[in-house]
Design a protein around this ligand. Structure first.
Ligand code: SAH
Length: 355
């Protein structure tokens, strides 16, 4: 049995499924899920991410969070958390870079929120020296100051897709046509959660909502509002999403999202406005959405690259220059990826970000 067979049986029994149900099964089915069964990152995997491109990324994020901690009076103890830590690379670079911040390591309690048993064991190896604890959900974070990072986490949360039809919406569903997975539409119905999108959309437009994003954001934001701390959320997406952004990647190439379920990474662009609204509802302030390239330049990535480049020549130097470009240049990740900061309304915003 494959995931495709399992999905076909489920559709035959229960009828067509939402895009969210499909994404959830493809990514995290306990037996066949994409993240459950493999480490998808790196050159041999399906995609790569900023922390895997260069150590500079995790280092700068670590120093930005440590600066927030110092600005807020160095509270102890505090939670240092990551959502979807992948191979643990960002956390390892962050921890190395903050070793010299007096009291930071002594006060931190590391919590990793990770659904994949496979990636949990990779993280355990990478972070062995630091004794992290794994949590199943952001709801389980302790009630104390929280510094948190989420890099390419929210794009993996399942989205639903709706197509506007008058003042109502038809939900895009996945059913079977001649025994193969195919997109279809549910009958149009009002969707109160999309009332605010009646102003900026037209007949036939597609909009996406991510039901899982707001509860996670609220769990984080309520702790930051009550106890202090900050969160850095980095992902591709925009303030308000319009159009179909469901994307499958396999071996670094775009793929058909309905072909080979469980074998390709599935993501959707993040609607940062929805995260900001959830944070505000929980009493937290948020920064202006800032392109990754601008954020990293403000944190001093070019100085860091120069320092790392000093002893290098030949291929290692070329790959360092390429990594710097990849992370910051507007034609590469610099513009596509955006950064949103969450912070207590009584504190200064995060380094590199404006209120
Ligand atoms: N942050 C890492 C990995 C990004 S891939 C990096 O930038 O390299 C997405 C990560 O989120 C993986 O670790 C995946 O297993 C995890 N993940 C996806 N959905 C999740 C969920 N619902 N709950 C917890 N972790 C999840």
């Amino acid at each position: 049995m494959s995931l495709a067979d399992h999905l076909a049986a489920r559709i035959q029994a229960d009828g067509p499924m939402s895009v969210a149900a499909y994404m959830g099964e493809c990514l995290l089915h306990p037996q066949y899920g994409y993240y459950t069964t493999r480490d998808p990152l790196g050159a041999k995997g399906d995609f790569t991410t900023a922390p895997e491109i260069s150590q500079m990324y995790g280092e700068l994020i670590g120093l930005a969070l440590a600066q927030c901690w110092l600005d807020q009076g160095a509270p102890a103890p505090f939670t240092l958390a990551e959502l979807g830590p992948g191979r643990g690379t960002l956390m390892a670079d962050l921890l190395r870079a903050t070793r010299g911040v007096p009291g930071f390591h002594a006060a931190m309690q590391i919590k990793l929120i990770e659904a994949s048993p496979k990636l949990r064991s990779t993280q355990a190896r990478t972070l062995e020296a630091y004794a992290p604890e794994w949590l199943n959900s952001a709801d389980a974070l302790p009630d104390q100051p929280l510094l948190l990072v989420a890099n390419e986490f929210f794009d993996a949360l399942p989205i639903r897709q709706f197509i506007r039809s008058g003042g109502s919406w038809s939900e895009r569903r996945i059913g079977l046509t001649d025994g193969r997975l195919a997109f279809g539409l549910s009958p149009a119905a009002p969707q109160p959660a999309l009332d605010h999108r009646l102003q900026d959309t037209q007949e036939g437009d597609l909009v996406e909502i991510c039901d899982a994003a707001a509860p996670v954001t609220q769990a984080i934001a309520s702790r930051i509002a009550a106890h202090g701390g900050a969160a850095l959320i980095v992902d591709y997406g925009d303030w308000r999403a319009l159009g179909d952004t469901l994307q499958a990647l396999r071996a670094h190439k775009p793929a058909d999202p309905l072909l080979a379920p469980g074998e390709a990474d599935l993501t959707a662009h993040v609607d940062f406005e929805a995260l900001a609204i959830a944070a505000k509802t929980a009493g937290c302030a948020y920064t202006r959405l800032t392109p990754q390239g601008v954020f990293l330049e403000r944190l001093g990535i070019t100085d860091r690259a120069r320092a790392l480049a000093a002893p290098l020549q030949g291929e290692p130097l070329d790959s360092l220059i390429a990594a710097h470009r990849r992370l910051t240049h507007p034609d590469e990740m610099g513009n596509l990826f955006k950064v949103l900061g969450l912070y207590p309304s009584t504190a200064a915003p995060l380094p590199g970000l404006n209120p």
